[in-house]
Design a protein around this ligand. Structure first.
Ligand SMILES: [Fe+2]
Ligand SMILES: [Fe+2]
Length: 231
C-alpha cells in the first residue's frame, strides 16, 4: 500500500501547490488511501491565504524532487497518523509538518542540493543546517508548534545520533518521531544520482533493524500499512 501512496504523491506533486484544489481527484482504491489524500488536498485548499504557501511554491519551482519527496512524506505521515487514530486537528498538523519539513533546503546553494555525487564533509555540514534554516524560513507563518517540531527535529534519532541538536528519545516530539520514519522511508526508496533506490521491503527492514534510532511503536504501524494489500 505504501507504493500506491507514493504513486499518488508523484501525481499530486506534478501540479504546483497553488493549483491543487479540494476537488482534484486522485485515483485511490481504498479508504486507507483516500483519507490521507483528502487531508493533503484539504491543506492545499486552505493554503491560499497562508504565508507558508509561498514557501512551498518556491520549493516546487526550485527543487521539484524535494517537493515531490515532501508530498510523499506528508501522505505517509497522514497514513500513519490515521492508523494511530490521531484527532483531525493533530492529523492536519502532522501532515502539514511533513509537507514543509525540508523547506530549509531552499536556503542551501543549488550546487549542493542538486549535486549528483556524494557530498564532502563541508557540504554535508551545510545540508545539515536545513532543519534550523527551515524553522527560520517559516518563523513568521504562524504555524503550530507540532509543525515546527517536525521541521526542526525530523533528523534527530532516539539514540542522540541525529541532528541538529542530538536530542535523545524523550526530548523528541512524537510527531518528529513519526516524521523521521516517513522521511527515511521515502528517501531510501527514491532514486538519487549517486545511489540506486531500494525497495520498500528493504527500506522497512532497514528501519526496523535500527531499533536504537527509530521508535518501534511507529515502525510497527508502518509495517502493518506496508503488509496490507487492497488489490
Ligand atoms: Fe530533511
Ligand atoms: Fe526529507
Amino acid at each position: 500500500m505504501l507504493e500506491k501512496m507514493q504513486l499518488i504523491g508523484c501525481k499530486i506533486a506534478k501540479t504546483p501547490p497553488r493549483d491543487v484544489d479540494e476537488n482534484q481527484c486522485f485515483i485511490c482504491d481504498s479508504d486507507k488511501l483516500e483519507y490521507p489524500t483528502d487531508i493533503v488536498r484539504q491543506i492545499f485548499a486552505d493554503s491560499a491565504q497562508k504565508k507558508w504557501r509561498q514557501v512551498l511554491d518556491s520549493l516546487y519551482t526550485r527543487y521539484g524532487w524535494v517537493y515531490e519527496h515532501s508530498v510523499n512524506v506528508a501522505l505517509i505521515l497522514a497514513m500513519i497518523g490515521a492508523e494511530l487514530h490521531l484527532d483531525a486537528a493533530s492529523l492536519y498538523r502532522l501532515t502539514l509538518g511533513g509537507l514543509l519539513h525540508d523547506v530549509g533546503k531552499l536556503m542551501i546553494p543549488m550546487t549542493i542540493i542538486q549535486k549528483d555525487t556524494t557530498l564532502n564533509d563541508s557540504e554535508m555540514a551545510l545540508v545539515k543546517k536545513h532543519s534550523e534554516l527551515g524553522v527560520s524560513l517559516v518563523a513568521g507563518c504562524n504555524l503550530h508548534d507540532d509543525c515546527m517540531a517536525v521541521i526542526m527535529q525530523h533528523h534527530e534519532r532516539l539514540d542522540g545520533s541525529g541532528y541538529p541538536s542530538g536530542l535523545k528519545s524523550t526530548a523528541i516530539h512524537p510527531f518528529a518521531k513519526i516524521a523521521m520514519i516517513a522521511d527515511v522511508l521515502d528517501a531510501i526508496t527514491s532514486y538519487r544520482p549517486y545511489r540506486p533506490a531500494k525497495s520498500i521491503d528493504e527500506a522497512v527492514t532497514l528501519i526496523k533493524n535500527e531499533q536504537d534510532k527509530f521508535c518501534q511503536e511507529y515502525v510497527s504501524v508502518l509495517e502493518t500499512l506496508h503488509q496490507e494489500n487492497f488489490t
